[in-house]
Write a protein that binds this ligand. Structure first.
Ligand code: BG6
Length: 471
């Protein structure tokens, strides 16, 4: 069966600064959180690879842009590395070399007919701000972020029309302060929620600034809400899913789209003694400045059930008190990454945005398949025959196109990632790209079969999907 891809439906690809650029030209004191974590705990990074060389995009971006041109890619999303953008974060002294690199990248993309979309923070908070202000714990950092945003808008806003404040703002503090599985392993639930609030506030302030400056374009945020499915129809399982959704999804979706945190969330935070410090004025800024649009990263469904054991009262509060993860027997898996594959979640997310969030304009800003040992699939010419990736993209895109048919305001699909790149800890273990990166000194690049397939769907605007038959 053939599905038509609407002419204005974006088929793009994404990446981020720290996962591609490498440290070439990086100056003393310009570490981001990710750089510092890598330096502190290199042993947890797969085979020792990390942000140091990455794909050497800083030097080789033109090669990637040439591939984009070759396949007719129309949109590419990456980030500005905040930690490298300044030589002095408090006085906002721009690093002209790095800023010029972003200029050159934007110009190269535009020359190749690719629209650049920029995110201001994809985990690249400067370590300096972490050390001096305890990162997003501080309201100073909120103000410094707004100043950074203004400088970026002034410098690149003539050519960049689609902006995002953060990529997956919940992630870093969840891993570091809630689960405490990442350096520096500090368990601090209140800090987790304070960081969430300050990122919501920073977004609202940057949205206000963008509109006050009458920038040409739009400003949003990239969230990773997980479509949360309860194990069963039991009241206890339904409640577990409801609460998971409240703590990890609605904590951003509600204030940023509807202008207010859910009352129920505030009550539970209060009850658990982890309500964030805030003022009425901050809540008013959030209320008055919802985002223009959303990017949604979606890789796997989240399945939960009611907790099976009593909570250990000696451990600090964690929303896990209210749920246990659930593994559906028989589920389809990406075994390299340990993530369930469930394309229906695309449709379900789209309908939720339509029904509960006013059908705000949005697009999939990440979805993709990281596979280990892709060299196994290289043919005689070295081209990775990644049919599994083509199937994965096809299934997810197909579900999204059905949602568009049913009135979803989804505007597009952007694959993670354009080239293979470095993942937190997994580094180059799982490959995501349409373009393969060899780990030789040159970081040699080669288009995969999926790259050619992507070219075809971009050109023809048709998706061939298999009919589901009884076998
Ligand atoms: C997203 C992030 O959560 O998932 C990316 O925005 C990340 O930065 C991607 O690389 C894939 O996940 P992972 O852990 O396999 O890199």
């Amino acid at each position: 069966m053939k599905k038509r891809i609407p002419a204005d439906f974006v088929i793009g690809a994404a990446s981020s600064a720290w996962q591609t650029e490498g440290w070439m030209g990086k100056k003393e004191g310009q570490d981001s959180y990710l750089d510092s974590w890598y330096k502190q705990e290199r042993f947890v990074w797969h085979e020792g690879y990390g942000p140091a060389v990455a794909t050497n995009f800083y030097e080789k971006f033109q090669d990637d842009v040439d591939f984009m041109k070759e396949i007719g890619l129309t949109h590419y999303r990456t980030s500005i590395n905040w930690a490298r953008f300044f030589t002095d974060y408090e006085n906002c002294v721009v690093d002209e070399d790095y800023a010029q690199h972003i200029d050159d990248l934007i110009d190269a993309l535009l020359d190749a007919g690719v629209e650049p979309m920029l995110c201001l923070e994809h985990y690249e908070m400067p370590t300096f701000l972490q050390e001096k202000y305890d990162g997003w714990s501080s309201k100073e950092v909120v103000e410094l972020f707004v100043r950074y945003a203004e400088i970026a808008f002034d410098r690149y806003g003539d050519r960049v029309k689609q902006w995002f404040t953060f990529n997956e703002p919940v992630v870093i503090q969840t891993r570091v302060y809630l689960d405490a599985i990442r350096w520096p392993h500090e368990q601090n639930t209140k800090k987790w929620m304070q960081w969430n609030h300050h990122k919501v506030l920073a977004t609202a302030k940057v949205v206000r600034l963008f509109h006050e400056k009458e920038m040409d374009g739009r400003i949003g945020i990239i969230l990773n809400p997980e479509v949360t499915y309860p194990r069963s129809s039991s009241e206890a399982d339904q409640k577990a899913a409801h609460l998971y959704d409240l703590f990890f999804n609605r904590v951003y979706l509600d204030p940023l789209v509807k202008g207010a945190y859910p009352e129920e969330l505030l009550e539970l935070l209060e009850k658990q003694g982890v309500l964030f410090d805030h003022t009425e004025e901050e809540l008013a800024v959030i209320k008055d400045n919802p985002v223009d649009f959303l990017g949604i990263n979606l890789y796997y469904p989240k399945r939960v059930q009611a907790p099976r054991y009593e909570w250990n009262k000696d451990t600090p509060f964690h929303p896990e008190m209210y749920y246990d993860p659930f593994e559906l027997p028989g589920r389809r898996m990406n075994k390299s990454r340990g993530w369930e594959i469930y394309p229906q979640m695309m449709y379900d997310m789209a309908m939720r945005i339509k029904e509960e969030y006013g059908n705000i304009p949005w697009l999939i800003t990440e979805n993709g398949m990281g596979i280990e040992g892709e060299e196994r699939f290289q043919d005689d010419q070295g081209m990775v025959q990644d049919d599994y990736r083509i199937d994965y993209i096809r299934d997810h895109l197909s579900a999204l196109l059905d949602a568009v048919e049913d009135g979803s305001s989804c505007e597009g699909y952007m694959l993670w990632a354009f080239t293979d790149c470095v993942s937190p800890m997994n580094a180059f273990k799982n490959r995501y790209g349409l373009v393969r990166i060899e780990l030789d000194e040159e970081r040699t690049r080669k288009l995969k079969k999926s790259g050619l397939w992507y070219k075809e769907i971009i050109e023809n605007r048709v998706l061939e999907v298999e009919e589901i038959t009884d076998k």
